[in-house]
Design a protein around this ligand. Sequence first.
Ligand code: PLP
Length: 430
Amino acid sequence: MKFDTSIALYKEAEDHIVGGVNSPSRAYKGVGGGTPVFMEHAKGAHFWDVDGNRYIDYLGAYGPIITGHAHPHIAEAISAAAYNGVLYGTPTKLENKFAKMLKEAIPSLEKVRFVNSGTEAVMTTIRVARAYTDRTKVIKFSGCYHGHSDLVLVAAGSGPATLGTPDSAGIPTSIAEEVITVPFNDVEAFRQAIRIHGEDVAAVLVEPIVGNFGIVEPKPGFLQAVNDIAHDAGSLVIYDEVITAFRFTYGSAQEIVGVQPDMTAMGKIIGGGLPIGAYGGRVDIMEQVAPLGPAYQAGTMSGNPASISAGIACLEVLQQDGTYDYLDSLGAMLEDGINKHASTYGLPVQINRLKGALTVYFTDGEVENYDQADATDGEMFSRFFHLMLQEGINLAPSKFEAWFLTIAHTEEDITATLQAVEKVFSIMAK
Ligand code: PLP
């Protein structure tokens, strides 16, 4: 495969755009370097790059793409919105419709507010929790990524971890001191953190099913214990469902784990590929938000008709019968095939999968927390990533990320992917 045009464009990008990319996880630093491929168009489960190479896509734009690229129903909705005016700065009927759809799918959302990114959604839930509790500290779990606002960029997952900068420069220590980090899936560590800081903890922030050091499910009872212990201490529980909302079921991860948080932050899938975020929760908490309450949050682009139309269209597609069973069946086929080839070639592979999302770790052990994910073999992953790219399989360039399936993937795509995996494993085993 030739990447000449991508290489030339990346050189040009480096002259104009810092690091040549508009989000650090798009650079290939986490996989030993290389030139990020410049994609030109995408349809369904496939990408075509500027050199004319075709790929099967498992990046899914880091999670938002679940219907496949350029899904006609979503494309029509965006196009209609474009011709109807993309931004009014006034309320619209569409926002009511979408808010109702979200509330119906996720019952803990008694009231919602639309924003423009997952970062904004999480950042605001923390502000609201602080306003509600009149406390300042936040407990988060190591390796969980909650966007790039100051407070949560401490021991954050895939992007910063890949770059080896778990704590960003430019964040005052006074802010970092407001964050307590404990290992995911470790009830005792959490209990201890609450014992020490409980009276100051406004909220506990957690990805109920982790997506940012790979797909990691909570151990049975873990999230219920987090809820109980936090509530006993007067702290709120915020679920960051930016990846998980509508990824595993038509609704949220809270439905899967059977525990309800006080507030939820969302993004990614609910925008159908356009920029969006949303947060919501208990009405008495949400009423802290301006114009009703003292916690200020605003946005010129918030609830814009284009993003909302794309989001409605995306959820309409996901409502079709069998969506999540289909994703599950493709995911199982992929998981089984990769495991089979790994054992044939004697490679240490561990797959964590839920429905249509999975992470392939190079390790002999289980991955239940960030330290275990961090200890997996990054060099093997880098080799795997680059060889798979050569075979026309587009993965996220980081050992901490998930593969995301879409309803546009077919069994033929999975078969082709598994052929590539077999070839790549045979090279890696030499
Ligand atoms: N929360 C989680 C769990 C995420 O995975 C991400 C992004 O990857 C965010 C928040 C931030 O979302 P955004 O990139 O839309 O700001």
